[in-house]
Design a protein around this ligand. Structure first.
Ligand SMILES: [Zn+2]
Length: 474
C-alpha cells in the first residue's frame, strides 16, 4: 500500500481503496513551462507510475489554465502587436494560448511523462463554473457586487484548514479581484469577475464576465470525476490561496468531502537561488535542450530528490544525474550483448534480483522516496555488473533475462529506457545490427536470428529495407 504525506493533516497516511481519482494542477499556458514547473509535472508522473506499480487503478487529470489574469494580459499584448487581426479578445486569447498548449504536450512527451487521462481546458468548462457560482450563492457563501461574485470566507467555519493561515489577519468585508495574493492578506476572493464587452467574457446571470482561476479547478474536478477525489497535487506555492479556495468552493458548493490526500511538491532552485527572469537563471525545457542537455538526464535529475525537499539545479547535480543515467544504460546495453548459454539460473542471484525489485517498490510506496529507490537501483547495478564480470560476459540466458526484467521493473517508474538516445541508435545496438547483417550475408541464419532476438529483447526490431537495415523501437 502506498503512503503519502498529506498536507491537510501534516502526516503520512495510507492511500485507501483500489481505484483512485487524481487531479494535478497543470500549467497556465501563457508561456513555455520552466524547469521548476516540470518538477511538479514529473512529480505527478512519479505518483501516477508508482500507484500503478503498486497495483492501484488510476484515473488522472491535469488541467490547463487558458483563461486567467496572465493569459488575458498576453492576449491583450497580441492584439496590440497585430491590430485588427482578431475578431475579439476571446479569439486573441485562443490564438495566444494555442502554441503554449502544444508546447506543453510536446515537452511532457520529451520528458517521457505518461499521458494523463484528462487534460481539461478551463474555457471548455464555463457552464460548470457558472453552475458552481449559483450553488455558492444559494448556499449563502457567495455574494454579488458590481457584476462580480465573491466568496465570503467568513461563512466557512474551517476556511484555512489546509494552509493554516492566520484568520486573525482576515480583512473582513474586503475583497480581492486578482487571482493571486499573499498569505498575510486573507480576504474574500473573486469567483466570477465582471468584464466589459471588450474583455474576455461569457454571458451569465450576473452580466458579462469570466471565471476566477480558483473556481476553474473546483468545477472541472466535479465535472470530470462527478464527486470528490482521492489525491490532489500541485506545487507548494499553490497551497494558499489556490488550494485553500478550491476546498472552500467545492465543499460549500457540492456538499461533500472534496479531497482525501493533498500532496505538494517543493520548489526548484537554480544555483541556490529562486529562479527568475531578472536573475538570469530562468530556464525552460527548450532552453536546456538547446544547451545540449539530454531529456533523460533532466528527468533523472528531477527524480533524484524527494518531492518534499527543495532541489538545487546546478551543473554539478546534472553531471551526477548523467553519470547515474549512463550506469543504467550501460548495464542494459551490456545485457543485450553478453553471450548466453543454457546453464541453470543462479538461484542466489535470482534472489538478489527479486529483493531489489521488492525494495525499489517499497521505497517508492513510502511517500515516493525516489532518492532511496535510486540507491536500490545503483546497488543492483553494481551487483549485476559484478555478476557479469565474474563470468566474463558469458551468462545463463535465465540470468540475463532476470536482470533485464529487474531493470524493466525499475524503469516502470524511472522511465529512462524510452529515452535512450535514438540518434544513430546507441553504439552497442548498432554493433549487434552490423554483426547480424554480416551473419546473414554469410548465410549463418541461426546466428542472425539469435542476434535479431537479442535486439528484440533490448526493445528494437529490425526493419530490412532497400536502403539497408534499421532498428526501430518496439
Ligand atoms: Zn488548480
Amino acid at each position: 500500500m502506498v503512503k503519502l504525506f498529506n498536507t491537510l493533516t501534516r502526516s503520512k497516511e495510507p492511500v485507501e481503496g483500489s481505484s483512485l481519482r487524481i487531479y494535478s494542477c497543470g500549467p497556465t499556458v501563457y508561456n513555455y513551462a520552466h524547469i521548476g514547473n516540470f518538477r511538479s509535472y514529473l512529480f505527478a508522473d512519479v505518483l501516477n507510475r508508482t500507484l500503478k506499480l503498486a497495483g492501484y487503478q488510476v484515473e488522472h487529470a491535469m488541467n490547463l489554465t487558458d483563461v486567467d489574469d496572465k493569459t488575458i494580459n498576453g492576449a491583450i499584448e497580441l492584439t496590440k502587436k497585430e491590430p485588427g487581426k482578431y475578431a475579439d479578445l476571446k479569439s486573441a486569447l485562443a490564438a495566444y494560448t494555442a502554441p503554449y498548449t502544444e508546447a506543453f504536450f510536446a515537452d511532457l512527451k520529451t520528458l517521457n511523462v505518461i499521458k494523463f487521462d484528462h487534460h481539461p481546458r478551463a474555457t471548455d468548462y464555463i457552464p460548470a463554473m457558472l453552475d458552481l457560482v449559483e450553488r455558492l450563492i444559494q448556499n449563502g457563501v457567495a455574494y454579488e457586487q458590481d457584476g462580480s461574485v465573491y466568496y465570503r470566507i467568513g461563512e466557512k467555519k474551517d476556511y484555512g484548514k489546509l494552509s493554516r493561515v492566520d484568520l486573525e489577519k482576515n480583512k473582513t468585508g474586503t475583497r480581492y479581484n486578482t487571482d493571486e495574493y499573499d498569505k498575510d492578506d486573507v480576504r474574500d476572493f473573486v469567483l466570477w469577475k465582471a468584464e466589459s464587452k471588450d474583455g474576455v467574457h461569457w454571458h451569465s446571470a450576473h452580466g458579462d464576465g469570466r471565471p476566477g482561476w480558483h473556481l476553474e479547478c473546483s468545477a472541472m474536478i466535479h465535472e470530470i470525476f462527478k464527486g470528490g477525489i482521492d489525491i490532489h497535487t500541485g506545487g507548494v506555492d499553490l497551497i494558499f490561496p489556490h488550494h485553500e479556495n478550491e476546498i472552500a468552493q467545492s465543499e460549500a458548493g457540492y456538499g461533500a468531502e472534496f479531497v482525501k490526500h493533498w500532496v505538494h511538491c517543493e520548489h526548484l532552485l537554480v544555483d541556490n537561488r529562486k529562479m527568475s527572469k531578472s536573475a538570469g537563471n530562468f530556464y525552460t525545457l527548450r532552453d536546456l535542450l538547446q544547451q545540449g542537455k539530454r531529456p533523460e538526464v533532466i528527468r533523472y535529475f528531477l527524480l533524484s530528490a524527494h518531492y518534499s525537499q527543495k532541489v538545487n539545479f546546478t551543473a554539478e547535480a546534472l553531471h551526477q544525474a548523467e553519470a547515474g543515467v549512463e550506469k543504467f544504460y550501460s548495464l542494459w546495453q551490456r545485457l543485450t550483448r553478453v553471450k548466453k548459454n543454457s546453464a541453470q539460473a543462479d538461484a542466489e542471484f535470482a534472489k538478489t534480483s527479486a529483493e531489489a525489485r521488492a525494495k525499489f517498490t517499497a521505497e517508492l510506496c513510502d511517500d515516493l522516496n525516489t532518492p532511496r529507490a535510486l540507491a536500490v537501483v545503483h546497488e543492483y547495478i553494481r551487483a549485476a555488473n559484478a555478476f557479469a564480470d565474474a563470468r566474463q560476459d558469458v551468462v545463463a540466458e535465465a540470468d540475463a533475462d532476470e536482470m533485464m526484467q529487474t531493470l524493466r521493473h525499475f524503469d516502470k517508474v524511472l522511465g529512462l529506457l524510452d529515452l535512450i538516445p535514438k540518434t544513430g541508435v546507441s553504439g552497442d545496438l548498432q554493433a549487434l545490427l552490423d554483426e547480424r547483417n554480416a551473419a546473414r550475408a554469410a548465410k549463418d541464419f541461426k546466428r542472425a536470428d539469435e542476434l535479431r532476438d537479442q535486439l528484440l529483447k533490448a526493445g528494437y526490431k529490425i526493419l530490412d529495407t532497400k536502403t539497408g537495415s534499421h532498428l526501430e523501437k518496439v
